[in-house]
Design a protein around this ligand. Sequence first.
Ligand code: ADP
Ligand code: MG
Length: 257
Amino acid sequence: MCKIIVMANQKGGVAKTSSTRNLAYSLAELGKKVLAVDFDPQTNLTISFGVAPAVLQETAASLMMKLVMDEALPEKGSCILNIGKVDLLPSKKTLTVAEVNLLIERKDDCLAKLLAPLRADYDYILVDTGPSLGSLTINAFTAADEIIIPVDPELFALVGLKELTETISKIKQNLNPKVEIIGIFFTKCSKRTVLYREISEQVCVTFGHLHIFESRIPTTIKVGAANSKGLSVMELDAKNEAAAAYMNLAKEVLAYA
Ligand code: ADP
Ligand code: MG
């Protein structure tokens, strides 16, 4: 049975995109059929797969516009790109136009409608979201079975986490009763620093009611280097610690089933 997992944290720079990229690859390495969905108008996920958004015709952006306007969708999967082991539903910066229209038309279930027919083709659909709790993220939460929250354990890590979890609770009450936060995991961990230890401890105490994944992704320039080459960190350097950490995270996600 397919699971739609949304990577969310309205704070920018916490490695949502890098984690979607590398978790998607790791799950595929473990034999799962995976679709990664770029649902951020910044299109970083699309770029991290080595795809230039400008050349694309149909993307998540155009499909969302069709859904907002109640127009028919093209044939299922027609704009999905196969990038090695992982499939990608790319995006374009015109997703911002869809974002405004979702807000005006008050539509929160368009992404759920877009992904529903694709469930039959995948074990996991991973959705990367942007740094806001706006109409795109609300659509993502409404489509989700599960939500994973990456946290960068630095000074302002706790700021916004309460708003995020409260927003998800409201979505669960009003729009999507099945949605669950499956857990928080730490990214960009500089394990030798005092700040890392203090903040990660603080997050664990404050959000002790949520599952905290064992896997912690270390800070390494290889993640950014892989993104810029259109690769996962495993493909760039299989022996890298972050590659191993993302593989472990994937195993933890599978175990959550
Ligand atoms: P978000 O999608 O949450 O905005 P990104 O995935 O774009 O975050 O990551 C933000 C920045 O942090 C990028 O420059 C990325 O290369 C870098 N980054 C992500 N993960 C790591 C890591 N484990 N170590 C070092 N830098 C990282
Ligand atoms: Mg991003």
